[in-house]
Design a protein around this ligand. Structure first.
Ligand code: GLU
Length: 490
């Protein structure tokens, strides 16, 4: 969901990779890493949790052997916290092969079990390392990175931009995309891959678009693209019209505009891996049915925008799980004497997972014996660590202060939770139909964003000088009206 860059050519690649990642910084991330194949055909890797400057400092302090084939990654953790070990690249085949990945591999736990049964051990908690290990296994069969890669991508479900290289095949980087972006940059005697053109725009403006479910191989002089069956595909050329300044925000006028446009993807990623045979099954809540069965009340606690998402969640939980739900502002919660105990489930919502009032509310609830579940967009944050369970939203990093995609992802997570708890408590009647509606949401959001844009801009212009605005709404439209009023004030 964050940044990917790949390079093959005559130049030392480390600075090209780091500068490319820096251009992708507008996307936000929690860790970064690079791998390069050096002149002696060795694969070297460095990865660090934290900002790119941490990686840069580490490379200055302890140099990494330089090489002209390389891949670089910025991560927004979805599987496993933001640690050095979980950062990408991930290695396999006795550390001779490196893989980076943006997205979510939905069937990773089945694949991991399969590999573990064969004796493979894993270093990280990521879904990505499973793809690396699979690629290592396939490579050992054929000794050919391209055919091994083809075999691997066909086993993966979900969303991925994947890049890989092997030290026995220097001068080659392979990549694939499904439900996640990847573009090719064409240079003179060198070629690039990027999760968007910002990754290479300072080197070339000649680019090739790669379609869904396609694989690309780049060498210094050649680019080949195929579909997932290995049939050749003619990629579509285009010229990048951005200047470097526009690249700072990926071509968007503001982070907020960019994040609004990412809403369909945020919702799709939050649903991903949580629907099985027409029912919502949240893997993180496996074995935790107790959280939902012995309770007679749910309190949702959050601040601001997240509390309005919580109000939508109240309607969903009451409708599907048939249990009373109250929504409490976290900054008031611990200053009164709320009636809570072991029969109460306190659900907290926070994009960052660090909202102080919400964290204090969760601690207060736990001290009084309540069960706690958090909805959070940031792996490894404090609130999930303080809770009995967590359902992550997979909205990707949100930079703008006014929340947009994180808000719709929170609502999505609450709808999933309502359907999950309803199923666990046996109160869900219209399950399959509701799940189908939920799965249709990303396409509907995309449709609204595309078709209403002009209309909204016109309304905004018309309203810009009005002195007061009244928002009206009923049922779930009521919290949306509250959120609309907040957005206007922000
Ligand atoms: N799912 C992968 C992880 O958690 C990739 C996350 C990303 O898109 O950066 O490591």
């Amino acid at each position: 969901m964050c940044g990917i860059v790949g390079y093959v050519g005559p130049r030392p690649s480390q600075e090209i990779l780091i500068a490319g990642l820096a251009r992708l910084e507008y996307r936000g991330y929690d860790s970064a890493g690079i791998a390069v194949i050096d002149a002696d055909g060795g694969l070297n890797m460095r990865k660090k949790a934290g900002k790119l400057s941490v990686l840069r400092d580490s490379l200055t302090e302890h140099e990494l052997a330089e090489g002209t084939t390389g891949i670089g990654h910025t991560r927004w953790a979805t599987h496993g916290g933001p640690t050095d070990v979980n950062a990408h690249p991930h290695l396999a085949d006795d550390d001779r092969l490196a893989v980076i990945h943006n997205g979510i591999i939905e069937n990773f736990s089945a694949l991991r079990a399969e590999l573990e049964a064969e004796g493979v051990t894993f270093r990280s908690e990521t879904d990505t390392e499973v793809a690396a290990a699979l690629l290592g296994r396939e490579y050992r069969k054929t000794g050919d990175l391209q055919s091994a890669f083809l075999a691997v991508v066909n086993r993966l479900e979900g969303a991925f931009t994947l890049l890989a290289m092997h030290q026995d095949q220097p001068g080659l980087v392979v990549g694939a995309r499904r439900n996640s972006p990847l573009v090719i940059g064409l240079g003179e005697g060198e070629n690039f891959l990027g999760s968007d053109v910002a990754a290479f725009v300072e080197h070339t403006r000649h680019a090739l678009a790669i379609g869904q479910d396609q694989i690309v191989s780049i060498t210094p002089d050649a680019v080949t693209v195929t579909d997932f069956d290995g049939n050749p595909v003619e990629p579509e050329p285009f010229e990048v019209s951005w200047d470097a300044a526009a690249a700072e925000k990926g071509g968007w006028p503001s982070f907020m505009a960019k994040e609004v446009a990412e809403e369909p993807e945020a919702v799709a990623n939050t649903i991903r891996g949580r629907v099985r045979d027409g029912a919502v099954v949240i893997p993180e809540l496996d074995g935790l049915d107790d959280l939902f069965t012995g309770i007679n009340r749910i309190i949702i606690t959050a601040c601001g925008t997240a509390s309005y998402a919580g109000l939508v969640g109240k309607y969903a939980l009451e409708h599907w799980a048939r249990i009373p739900v109250d929504v409490e502002l976290a900054h008031e919660f611990r200053y009164r004497d709320p009636v809570i105990g072991a029969d109460t489930l306190v659900v907290s919502i926070s994009q960052s997972g660090e909202t102080m009032d919400t964290l204090m509310a969760v601690k207060y609830a736990r001290e009084r014996g309540a069960r706690t579940l958090s909805i959070c967009n940031t792996q490894g944050a404090t609130i999930p660590r303080e809770s009995d369970a967590v359902v992550y939203t997979h909205a990707g990093p949100e930079v703008a202060v006014a929340s947009t995609k994180a808000f719709v992802a929170q609502i999505t997570a609450l709808l999933l939770l309502g359907l999950h708890v309803g199923r666990v408590r046996g109160s869900l009647e219209d399950g399959a139909a509701s799940v189908a509606e939920l799965e249709a949401l990303p396409a509907k959001l995309a449709h609204v964003l595309e078709s209403e844009q002009g209309h909204v801009a016109q309304l905004a212009g018309w309203m810009a000088d009005t002195r007061s605005v009244l928002f009206l709404g009923r049922h779930v439209g009521y919290p949306i009206a509250l959120e609309g009023a907040l957005k206007l004030k922000e």
